[in-house]
Design a protein around this ligand. Sequence first.
Ligand code: UFG
Length: 346
Amino acid sequence: MNKGRVLVTGAAGYIGSHTVVELTGAGYDVVGVDNFSNSSPQMLDGIRQITGSPLTFIEADCSDRNQLARVFEQYPDIRASIHFAAHKAVGESVQQPLKYFENNLTSLLNLIGLSTADGNSRGIVFSSSCTVYGEPDPENLPIKETAPVKPATSPYGRTKQMCEEILHDCTAACPGLKVIALRYFNPIGAHPSALIGEMPAGVPQNLVPYITQTAAGIRKELKIFGNDYPTPDGTCIRDYIYVVDLAKAHVAAVDRILGTTGSDRYEIFNLGTGTGLSVLELVNHFISATGVNLPYSFAPRRAGDIIKVWADPGKANRVLGWKADTPVDDVLRSAWEWEKKVRGIR
Ligand code: UFG
């Protein structure tokens, strides 16, 4: 069954690549776009191998309106877009805020403009983040979509908040536009085929790639940032969600946006498991699930880290009919299998 054409920006990226696989499996015709600023064409080969079908792909920079316009000219039948293409390094955004505002905002503005330019009805699924909640008040945990959005702690986080507001206002003004903003918690893991996965450039900033690189012997030891937080074991708590479960939520969001159900034209969903795990718990899961030695030590707190946050995914469970239910041990094994594949470890 062909369900129509969906544009995926950032298709070669970590979440984008997994989503292209799930969309293809669900019967959508995907046109992928990426400028490879933080990804590799190799990921497209992985996607093609998994799906066993050709992937329509155009190399383009979404912040260049002419480049993105050519995609819409070539495929005027695009019914919805999933917008992943954005810079995402929190620390870098503090050093180079303009880079983040220019790229992340301009890309979205171009996408909205082109999605609405010909008067056709189109949908946009937007990659947002739980970072919009900042440090939640304890009484707001697990965190619902109705929790207050707090002032962003980084320019990266601010672009997510601004993009959500822009989409909200444009949806109100443009009857043909329908938007779903998905606020991700902490995506981890890799496709079970180990043909696609997370590929951080340089030293990984995120926990799981650092763990797998340490297990592979590329890093000497994992430093756990802070063990004196007001949590049961003193380390920070997050809601780690399997990237394949996350990808499936995007298919459910596109189904909803293109379907007749759902009266609201702008909707927000939290995507998480609903369970918080501490850094130490995650590390112990990795060791027991893989049987691999993982040297680690405790280090000072990392500036800007939130103490604890996990999702109430109830709205996504009910409305999207979706649930993140892959056991964390399986997820961590998938991350390790991917790391081994990349490094040629048997
Ligand atoms: N951590 C370590 N050692 C490391 C790396 C991380 O102890 O080497 C800890 C962090 O201090 C934190 C936890 O592991 O407690 C998770 O850290 P990540 O960097 O993996 O994830 P964050 O929750 O800090 O950041 C993620 C996304 C951001 C997003 C943010 C929103 O990567 O894009 O969630 O809260 F903005």
